[in-house]
Structures are given as structure tokens and as C-alpha cells.
Design a protein around this ligand. Structure first.
Ligand SMILES: NC(=O)c1ccc[n+]([C@@H]2O[C@H](COP(=O)([O-])OP(=O)(O)OC[C@H]3O[C@@H](n4cnc5c(N)ncnc54)[C@H](OP(=O)(O)O)[C@@H]3O)[C@@H](O)[C@H]2O)c1
Length: 295
């Protein structure tokens, strides 16, 4: 099977490329600004529909894992047109090309397609996002459902993992606490944190088994930012007193955030061999990984 992965140097994409290369040889790793280390590096700018068509026509993948997105939630709020172009319109072009080729499309989406009033959402729950990032990703989902013929929409939540440039939440906590810097951490925002290697294996299983429909592929535990930070401090024996509880209302955000965007992963847990990990399982592996690569 030939794979094409967008966003291949991102937090999730970098791991997906590494894992795909364990089993497959033809893996096109698409990027815009950050050239990936692994796979067949292929330039692809999502703001250019013609460019997307050219890349897909020339590579003719059997599977497309579409991870690339404008992921900065506040930037999406101030640059709405660009966010719509990258997250929604480009996804429609990719869905059209996947349909033409008969390729299987995995669109990686987000917990932010929900309003966050009530958490632990299942796949068939009503979507209604409260910020432009979520709206643009939801538009991307709708394009996939309407245009593509063989597809999976894989929604995830707050991925964390080791990346050379992107600091995920546990790294941010660990670095600051190690330096003795106090942090104000929110107690009233809940998500389902997802360990990136676990997510990567779930996405690859979906791709190779061609599992269709919408699937929640996040971590298995609903947890607040504050509780997650406390767990990180606990596992690394860092000073928990430096973590000061605060609430969402005190944050200086441009975009609104869902209060509880946790996802119910029962469907993925019953369908997939790679099960969504609990936050304890994910953090244990993450801490091991951090100890091996301390910087
Ligand atoms: N991070 C989260 O908290 C979160 C939560 C839920 C769902 N998700 C979803 O999971 C997916 C992966 O997220 P991530 O955290 O791995 O993202 P990330 O680390 O922020 O990486 C985003 C990727 O998108 C690419 N990209 C952005 N603009 C592009 C453009 N115009 N043309 C081509 N590529 C472009 C970037 O490529 P270059 O660096 O090469 O420019 C980068 O590789 C996304 O679809 C996101 O919506 C993320």
C-alpha cells in the first residue's frame, strides 16, 4: 500500500511517518514549511488547490492520512479566512482527489467540533463548535462525509508526545516545575489527553483495515488540565505546590474554548486492536520516553 500523509512533521504526523515506515516502504511525507526527516518528503501547500491536485495525481496513494491543519486556536479566530481555507476548503479538495483515485481517506479531526457543555461525547452526538478552529475542522468533516467515498473521520483530543519543536502540555509542565517556576493551571477545562504513539498506532490500524465512519481515537480518561499537571508532577517527583489552581475565566484567550470536550472512546475500544490508553498508561510511557531523551 502507498501512503500519503499531510502534516508529516507535526506533533502527530512525525510519529505516524516513523511508525508507517516500520511496515510500509512507500510513504509520502507531505510538508509545507518543516521538511520531515523520514519518508519521501513531498512539498504540499494546502492553500493551493492546484498544488494539492498535482501532488495527489502524481503520487496516486492508496491511503491518505490527512493531519495537516491550522491548529493554533487563537490564530484561527483572528485569521478566519485562512483557517477555513486550510482546514475546510483544502480538505474538500483532498476528499475529491481521494474519491477520483478510490483512495481511503483518514481525516484527523478534533474534540473542538463539540460545544463542550457536556463531555464524553459519542460519535453520533450533535456537533456544534464555539470557536472558528472547531468550525473550520467541522466543515472539513462535512466535506469528507459528502464528497469522499471511502473514509474515516478520526477525532482526537489534546495529543501529547515528544517532538523536537512542539512542546506538548506535560513537557511544558515538567520544564517549568524543574526550573522552580510556578504555573497557573486551569481546574475547570476537561479533555481526553491522547498519547501520540497510541494515536499513531490507532490511525495506522484504521488505515490498514480501512475502518469506515466516525471514530473517537483519544485517550480513555476525562481529565482536567490541573489534574493532568498534578499527575505529571507526581510521576517526575516535582514540586506540586508550584501548580496554582485557576479557572478558564482568568485566561487571556482570543477564542472561546469548550469547557468539557472529553470524548467517549467505547467504539474505538471495541473495534480496534490498539486500545485507547488511560492517562495513567500514556503518562507512564511518556515519562519513560522523556527519561531516555531528557532534552
Ligand atoms: N494539537 C491538538 O491539540 C489537537 C487536538 C485535537 C485534534 N488535533 C488535530 O490533529 C491533527 C494533527 O495535529 P498536530 O498537533 O500534529 O498539528 P501540528 O503539530 O500543529 O502540525 C500541523 C501541521 O499542519 C501543517 N500545515 C499547516 N498549514 C499548512 C499548509 N498551508 N499546507 C500544508 N501543511 C500545513 C504543518 O506543516 P509545516 O510545519 O510543514 O508548515 C504541520 O505539520 C490536526 O488535524 C489537528 O486539527 C490536534
Amino acid at each position: 500500500m502507498k501512503f500519503l500523509v499531510t502534516g508529516s512533521a507535526g506533533l502527530v504526523g512525525r510519529q505516524v511517518i516513523k511508525d508507517l515506515l516500520q511496515s510500509y516502504t512507500q510513504v509520502y511525507s507531505c510538508y509545507n514549511n518543516s521538511k520531515p526527516e523520514d519518508g519521501i518528503a513531498t512539498h504540499l501547500d494546502l492553500t493551493s488547490p492546484d498544488g494539492i491536485i498535482k501532488v495527489i495525481e502524481s503520487t496516486r496513494p492508496d491511503v491518505i492520512i490527512h493531519l495537516a491543519a491550522m491548529t493554533n486556536v487563537d490564530l484561527c479566530e483572528t485569521q478566519k479566512d485562512l483557517a477555513t481555507k486550510i482546514n475546510a476548503k483544502a480538505t474538500a479538495v483532498i476528499a475529491e482527489q481521494a474519491k477520483k483515485l478510490g483512495a481511503f481517506l483518514v481525516y484527523v479531526s478534533t474534540d473542538y467540533v463539540f460545544d463542550g457543555e457536556k463531555g464524553m461525547k459519542i460519535e453520533s452526538d450533535n456537533t456544534e463548535s464555539i470557536d472558528h478552529y472547531g468550525k473550520s475542522k467541522l466543515e472539513g468533516e462535512k466535506a469528507v462525509e459528502e464528497i469522499a467515498t471511502k473514509w474515516c473521520i478520526a477525532r482526537t483530543s489534546t495529543p501529547y508526545g515528544i517532538h523536537p519543536k512542539k512542546k506538548s502540555f506535560p513537557i511544558f509542565i515538567a520544564e517549568n516545575l524543574k526550573s522552580g517556576i510556578p504555573l497557573d493551571i486551569i481546574t475547570d477545562q476537561y479533555t481526553s489527553p491522547t498519547y501520540v504513539p497510541n494515536l499513531s498506532r490507532m490511525l495506522i490500524e484504521i488505515s490498514s483495515r480501512k475502518i469506515q465512519g466516525i471514530l473517537h481515537v483519544s485517550g480513555a480518561t476525562r481529565v482536567s488540565r490541573y489534574d493532568m499537571a498534578m499527575m505529571v508532577a507526581d510521576k517526575l517527583n516535582l514540586d506540586k505546590k508550584l501548580l496554582r489552581p485557576t479557572s478558564m475565566g482568568n485566561m487571556n484567550w482570543t477564542a472561546k474554548r469548550p469547557r468539557d470536550s472529553s470524548l467517549d472512546i467505547s467504539k474505538a475500544a471495541s473495534l480496534l486492536k490498539e486500545k485507547p490508553m488511560t492517562v495513567q498508561q500514556g503518562l507512564d510511557l511518556f515519562v519513560e520516553q522523556m527519561k531516555q531523551k531528557p532534552n
